[in-house]
Design a protein around this ligand. Sequence first.
Ligand SMILES: [Zn+2]
Length: 171
Amino acid sequence: MIYPIVKYGHPVLERKADPVTEFDTPELRQLIEDMFESMYAAHGVGLAAPQIGISKRIAVIDISGGEDPSQRLVLINPEVIRNEGRQRSEEGCLSVPGFREEVTRGARVTVRAQNVKGEFFEVTGEDLLARALLHETDHLEGKLYLSHLSALKRDLIRRKIRKLMKAGEWG
Ligand SMILES: [Zn+2]
């Protein structure tokens, strides 16, 4: 099932998501499948559960955009345990469509997470994968990439979005 993507302005995006405590259930497997499907349909490389209105600590990433199944990553209850170096590049978010901004992030990132069975594992990524790992774990803390921009840029984007909301062209 393809879920609609929740957009900036919805409170679920700014709330800390709840930990997953039940693993290896048909519901969890289905939700993860639906998250991949929804992410591919929206042409994203990462999606966090709050972005489909579900406040749970689950994120999926595929920096190949569906080209390479071996790149599929499922992160449940993820935690950033290493964040080294710096990279600066354009970043966007499916929940903030139509905007892209330069964001400084770590260049090499390690996340510890659980898989669908509840087993712990670690994944290390560089460049785009490092960026995706940080972007998606931020979502689970209720943080959008806008929080990494200067106050000036952030306010500018907020003002543009408010205009779109008023015109009925948002959400
Ligand atoms: Zn996002």
